[in-house]
Design a protein around this ligand. Structure first.
Ligand code: CUA
Length: 177
């Protein structure tokens, strides 16, 4: 590894020295005046401009077909289970807390007071999904829990003194009704 680094350094230093010598030699030649060098640089700049523009157009067309947000144009699939979750300062009221693995679960989120965040976590606070629970709105969040286990729900929007205490649990296990 050390030898490789040495060889690489020497090769790179030689390359830089060669470029340096080439520039010095070019500048001292009669044809290597500043005007020629500038024209050549402008040509390269023009080419680079079109390369960047073309790449931008190609990448945009290749990736933005579903612009602005993928899936928004199509209707959401029908869920297997609907869970209504209502936020209060400072607790979650959910009408069901067990589901089976693989079921498509739709959370219908709303709030009785202020904005809250409904964030579902697996294991060591690895977030699975989240959406806002807002007064006057029902926000739908679809989640498919593939792995059995306990998923912690925490509030993700600061909502007052006991924000940190807003937690509940969704249990995913094969026997769930
Ligand atoms: Cu509810 Cu933070």
């Amino acid at each position: 590894m050390q030898n490789l680094a040495w060889i690489l350094s020497l090769v790179l230093m030689a390359a830089i020295a060669a470029v340096f010598l080439w520039v010095v030699a070019g500048a001292s030649r009669p044809g290597g005046d500043a005007g020629t060098i500038a024209r050549s640089a402008f040509q390269w700049r023009d080419r680079l401009f079109w390369v960047v523009i073309s790449a931008g157009v190609i990448v945009s067309f290749g990736t933005l077909w579903e612009w602005p947000i993928a899936g928004h144009a199509t209707a959401a699939p029908k869920a297997d289970v609907v869970i209504r979750a209502t936020a209060h300062q400072w607790r979650w009221e959910i009408d069901r807390d067990t589901v089976q693995p693989g079921q498509l679960v739709e959370f219908e989120l709303t709030s009785r007071d202020v904005n809250h965040g409904f964030a579902i976590y697996k294991d060591k606070h690895h977030m699975v999904a989240q959406a806002q629970a807002m007064p006057g709105y029902v926000n739908k969040l679809q989640v498919r829990f593939t792995e059995p286990g306990e998923y912690e729900v925490l509030c993700l929007e600061y909502c007052g003194l006991a924000h940190h205490a807003m937690r509940t649990v969704i249990k995913v296990h094969a026997g769930a009704r």
